[in-house]
Design a protein around this ligand. Structure first.
Ligand SMILES: Nc1ncnc2c1ncn2[C@@H]1O[C@H](COP(=O)(O)OP(=O)(O)OP(=O)(O)O)[C@@H](O)[C@H]1O
Length: 318
């Protein structure tokens, strides 16, 4: 039986800014189990990064967790414990490997830095563990690559190094934030195949944050759809796109002209995300929704259970 690893419950996060309180996340709940890949998809500004950074304990200073909890292995994640857990139990692969890697340090040494921080390995063993980490992400000739600087490698190779660093301490949860943005389609498939194989081999769990619905559909076991700081639908990826229930999810997938389409290319969904400052209606999709009725503006916004794996946050799911 698969074990639940991460549980986010009713998480609400605001940012206190000079121009008002930005209600970036509201009542966000989901779980991730061992050996599972959960996709989080949504338009730009829907809250994907705020969510992933809050799991990593890397939220901006202006962030205020108004309510909710994040449990890892059944225990609440505490800010003071995060420095120890990050990189060891929970790792993240960022969007642009070239900026995330130190440009003037050999990649092998950068992996050693992570291992030194979180493991008792020292000396020669450290080097062989770094080379092993490079080999694990199928970097050809890892002994030679250990000595390379990031500028000597392609974007795809740098992303593999980032994944090698993230996996060096064999974390239980890997968060990938747009890991293949800027990479060509072939390299994208190689990186995603690698993540999928590593999840299958190690029982690690992964969260894939992406604009790319086709990518999420292909690689994720379940998909959570975000709109304006809410998760509006979560279901097994095989339910997408045919059994979609939320009007926003329906629009998103209907707008997909081909399997290769990307959310950022789509301009067909009417309206835009609401301003997250000031008073917001219980359903943040209401102004864009063709199914909206009078009671949709009356709170609270209910979750409708379609089946045990499929939840939708709408009063009038299809
Ligand atoms: N430090 C901050 N201060 C104020 N508002 C913020 C801050 N960080 C994020 N936000 C707001 O929170 C909301 C969600 O932002 P977030 O970056 O999580 O979106 P996203 O879905 O990750 O977008 P993208 O796909 O473009 O990365 C946005 O309205 C954003 O302006």
């Amino acid at each position: 039986m698969t074990k639940q690893l991460l549980s986010v419950q009713d998480l609400s996060i605001d940012f206190l800014t000079r121009r008002g309180r930005v209600q970036a996340l509201e009542d966000v709940s989901f779980t991730v189990s061992e050996g599972e890949i959960l996709g989080i998809v949504g338009e730009s500004g829907s809250g994907k990064s705020v969510l992933s950074y809050s799991i990593m304990g890397l939220s901006d200073k202006a962030a205020n967790i108004r309510s909710g909890s994040i449990d890892f292995r059944g225990v609440p994640l505490k800010p003071e414990k995060m420095a120890d857990l990050r990189g060891r139990e929970i790792s993240m692969v960022f969007q642009s490997p070239r900026t995330a890697l130190n440009p003037i340090r050999k990649v092998g040494h950068q992996i050693e830095d992570v291992l030194r921080r979180h493991t008792p390995l020292r000396g020669k063993v450290l080097k062989s563990a770094a080379i092993e980490a490079l080999a694990r992400v199928r970097i050809p000739d890892p002994e030679r690559r250990y000595e390379a600087y990031p500028f000597e490698m392609s974007g795809g190779m740098c992303q593999r190094v980032m994944i090698a660093m993230a996996l060096a301490c064999k974390p239980a949860l890997l968060i990938c934030d747009e890991p293949t943005t800027g990479l060509d389609v072939t390299t994208q498939a190689v990186i995603m195949d690698l993540v999928r194989d590593l999840v299958a081999e190690t029982k690690m769990a992964a969260i894939l944050i992406t604009h790319d619905l086709a990518l999420a559909g292909e690689y994720c076991d379940r998909i959570a759809v975000m709109h304006a700081g809410h998760i509006v639908e979560v279901a097994q990826s095989r339910s997408f796109p045919n059994e979609l229930k939320h009007p926003y999810t329906e629009r998103l997938f209907a707008a997909l002209p081909s399997a290769a389409a990307n959310l950022s290319e789509l301009a067909i969904i009417p309206g835009s995300l609401p301003d997250l400052r000031g008073a917001l209606p219980p359903c943040r999709y209401i102004a864009r929704c063709e199914r909206a009725k009078e009671d949709c503006s009356l709170g609270p916004l209910p979750w409708t259970k379609i089946d045990s794996d499929h939840l939708v946050r709408c009063r009038y799911p299809k």
